[in-house]
Design a protein around this ligand. Structure first.
Ligand code: NAI
Length: 426
């Protein structure tokens, strides 16, 4: 199969490259962790002879990770992990790199999206880097012959790790995968602060509306939901949380948020943000209760959290009222506005830039050292989902603290001994 690269598809690739290059350089300037790792990788060439396939949100920060892997000696083939999150200019700038091929293109239909994944795999990867699990699924379903030469892979997000764990439980996962999402350096920052800040800023930029004084409904009080709720509260919204997990619901209650069912929240909310990673969170019975003019956005990985088919069935008309906002007109005159086709709003809205650079510096720092670990010690990991070794997470945290000029205390020998001992009592 000969799927075209982004360069072959663009009318003016030179102009796109130039604009993409500026975005990448800006991101790199603000990524001290990636800068430190890149220095080490250029010198030691840990990925010499490896081929990395990536399916990720192709924007400036991801581009820095891609280039750092190439600078470490790898050949890299990349495509998107969502048809609306690619920045074509960044994709073109990557494709201009001699060791990188980019197939990512914004707005492609399903067929071209999956053809690009296959094209990426035809490079014969020895390592995969996924955000959502599409590469791993395609390899197991359609390219099982690649599995023997793959040393391992990394998964960026909660939904991807869920899919991998389900595969692993069924004995179907045939090579080692690091759950990068689950490291403290990723999940406590990217999912919480990144999703919180980036989702709210994308909603604000797309709608030009304020959160102050509004009822913001956050569906799911996991890592992402906590971030969205906290940042919305910080912008003077009244935050309402919906949950299915009793401890998480109680946590939200003790943080001072109103907690109720989606049925009740549907009547109160002005802005709804789904962060569950689950399907059918906002459905027909909820649309029927909503007020005129509500705004619905999803920040979970797949566009299954808001039941758009049911909304379409209820609607008497659909209008694009602003870039990235579709208004569904109800028979009774109410208008329900959906952002970015119900895809993750912080990456798929037309104005979206994804998470802040500093946050992705941490997430991608973990990705980079995890890829290095697979090459150096891949043999010691069997097929299945693995935690990223804690010392790698600490390594990245230490680089960041040093870059920020933050000093911490160190345990004395006596303290270390005390913490490790079961013999000390009162
Ligand atoms: P998590 O597992 O910590 O939280 C999800 C929460 O949703 C859980 O507390 C769960 O009980 C709750 N939930 C599940 N079904 C529900 C329902 N029907 N109604 C209400 N609550 C429900 O997961 P995390 O890390 O917060 O990730 C959530 C989603 O966001 C995943 O799809 C993940 O891949 C995605 N994600 C998106 C990012 C972005 O850039 N927008 C960044 C990181 C993760």
């Amino acid at each position: 199969m000969n799927h075209p690269t982004i360069t072959e598809r663009l009318a003016d690739p030179a102009e796109a490259r130039e604009s993409g290059r500026r975005k990448i350089e800006w991101a790199r300037q603000h990524m001290p962790i990636m800068t430190a790792i890149a220095g080490e990788f250029r010198e030691e060439q840990p990925l010499d002879g490896e081929t990395v396939a990536m399916a990720m949100h192709v924007e400036a920060k991801t581009a820095v990770l891609t280039e750092v892997l190439a600078e470490a000696g790898a050949e890299v083939a990349i495509t998107g992990c969502n048809p609306l999150s690619t920045h074509d200019d960044v994709s073109a700038a990557l494709d201009a790199h001699e060791a990188i091929t980019s197939y990512a293109e914004r707005g492609v239909a399903d067929e071209a999206y999956y053809a690009a994944i296959e094209a990426t795999l035809e490079h014969g990867p020895t390592i995969t880097v996924d955000d959502g699990g599409d590469l791993v699924m395609a390899i197991h379903d359609e390219y099982p012959e690649l599995i023997d030469s793959i040393v391992g892979g990394c998964e960026e997000t909660t939904t991807g790790v869920h899919r991998l764990r389900a595969m692993d439980d069924d004995g179907a996962l045939r090579y080692p995968m690091f759950a990068v999402n689950d490291t403290p350096m990723k999940r406590l920052f990217d999912n919480v602060h990144g999703t919180g800040e980036a989702s709210l800023s994308s909603i604000a930029m797309t709608t030009n509306l304020s959160f102050a004084g509004k009822n913001v409904v956050v569906a799911g009080y996991g890592y992402c939901g906590k971030g969205v709720a906290k940042k919305a509260k910080g912008q003077n919204a009244h935050v309402i949380v919906t949950e299915v997990e009793p401890r998480r619901a109680l946590e939200a209650h003790m943080e001072g948020y109103e907690v109720c069912s989606m049925t009740e929240a549907a009547e109160k909310g002005d802005i709804f943000v789904t962060t569950t990673g689950n399907r059918d969170v906002i459905v027909e019975e909820h649309f029927e209760r909503m007020s005129d003019g509500v705004v619905l956005a999803n920040a979970g990985h797949f566009n299954v959290e808001i039941d758009l088919d049911a909304l379409d069935d209820l609607a008497v008309g659909r209008t694009e009222v602003r870039d990235g906002i579709e208004e569904f007109g109800m028979a009774d005159g109410r208008r329900i506005n959906v952002l970015a086709d119900g895809r993750l709003v912080n990456l798929a809205a037309p104005v979206a830039l994804g998470h802040p650079v500093e946050v992705m510096d941490q997430s991608f720092g973990i990705q980079a050292v995890s890829v290095r670990e697979l090459v150096e010690n891949g043999d010691s990991y069997g097929p299945g989902v693995h935690e990223v070794p804690d010392e790698l997470d600490r390594e990245v945290a230490e680089i960041k603290l040093e870059a920020e000029g933050i000093e911490t205390d160190e345990l004395t020998d006596e303290q270390a001994d005390y913490m490790d001992s079961w013999q000390h009592g009162t």
